[in-house]
Design a binder for this molecule. Structure first.
Ligand code: OGA
Ligand code: MN
Length: 303
């Protein structure tokens, strides 16, 4: 039903003939959704969706998160990632909005600092710089599969503390506002995630992961750094070189991503919608996860 090509041997698929006009045909969205579940990153080129079309398309994957305080687009389902001000002029690199963008250049998984982290992110390219500004992805399922047994044993069953204040402190000590601090206290997350239908495992790391419960800070940090280095090692990533009109969809449960640098004088405008997760990463046994219903009719999240 869909013509595809792989982006990396481990993960990632480009759909070459995606046609939004066919989304209501029986089985069409299901085929796309199935690819999302198995391949973790989907690329759809030449879409040029506007905000309304992007929101409507994204909602097919599930309820959307509302954008947190302190981010352009707050209170709506849209995250606006840009170095442009409201008049369309480039902002200075000293501007808070530019520093926020630098935060996205650290390997991360979206919303891992929320009690229920995001399922999927859907990012559309509206204005892209001539050089730089790519987005790079790694598969955390592939990382888990390749992880040496000794490292697996050190991480299995552990709980990670994800803290937005931590990841922002890596960029600038006063980047996080009081309102963000209030809204986003640290949260506990599983360090190994399990796919609810297939039982496949993935490492769950990222810039917001500040420490590991039950380990002192130095040991926790060195384990996090070792795991991150392994997951992002040479040859493990797919780098998306954007064209205006591209849509990239990724599974935050099983990939990390990071933005790549670009010159602050060049214009970049990206719009993200974020599909809410369906439950906490802890507190469900693997057995319970295995019988959890498919991702429909989920109460109490987002819009
Ligand atoms: C995001 C993100 C990186 C980029 O949209 O969540 O981290 O390249 N983007 O814009
Ligand atoms: Mn992100």
């Amino acid at each position: 039903m869909l013509t595809t090509r792989p982006l990396h041997s481990d993960f990632g698929t480009e759909v070459l003939d995606f046609d939004p006009a066919r989304l209501d045909e029986p089985g069409y969205f299901d085929a796309l959704h199935q690819l999302f579940e198995t391949r973790s990153v989907l690329v759809l080129r030449g879409q040029r969706m506007n905000d309304e079309q992007q929101v409507a398309f994204s909602r097919r994957f599930g309820p959307l998160e509302k954008t947190k305080t302190g981010t352009v687009g707050t209170g709506t389902p849209l995250v606006i990632l840009t170095n442009l001000d409201e008049a369309g002029n480039v902002i200075a690199p000293s501007h808070r909005q530019w520093l926020e963008g630098l935060g996205n250049q650290l390997w991360h998984s979206d919303s891992s600092f929320k009690p229920i982290p995001a399922l999927a992110s859907i990012l559309s390219a509206r204005i892209i710089p001539a050089h730089g500004g790519e987005t790079e992805f790694v598969s955390m399922r592939a990382a888990w599969q390749a992880l040496p047994d000794k490292l697996r044993a050190r991480v299995e069953g552990r709980v990670g503390v994800h803290d937005y204040a931590w990841s922002r402190s890596l960029i600038s000590p006063d980047l996080m506002t009081d309102a963000e601090r209030e809204e986003l206290p640290p949260v506990r997350q599983a360090m190994v995630r399990v796919h609810p239908q297939t039982g496949e495992k993935g490492l769950y790391l990222g810039s917001h992961l500040a420490r590991i419960e039950g380990m002192n800070d130095a040991d926790g940090r060195s384990l996090i750094d070792e795991l991150t280095a392994f997951a992002t090692r040479e040859g493990s990533s797919y780098t998306h070189r954007w064209q205006a009109g591209d849509i990239v969809i990724w599974d935050n449960r099983f990939v990390m991503h990071r933005g790549r640098p670009y010159a602050p004088t060049l214009k970049r405008l990206m719009v993200r919608t974020t599909v809410a997760g369906d439950g906490p990463t802890l507190g469900q046994t693997e057995e319970a996860r295995a019988v959890a219903p498919a991702s429909t009719g989920r109460p109490g999240v987002g819009l």
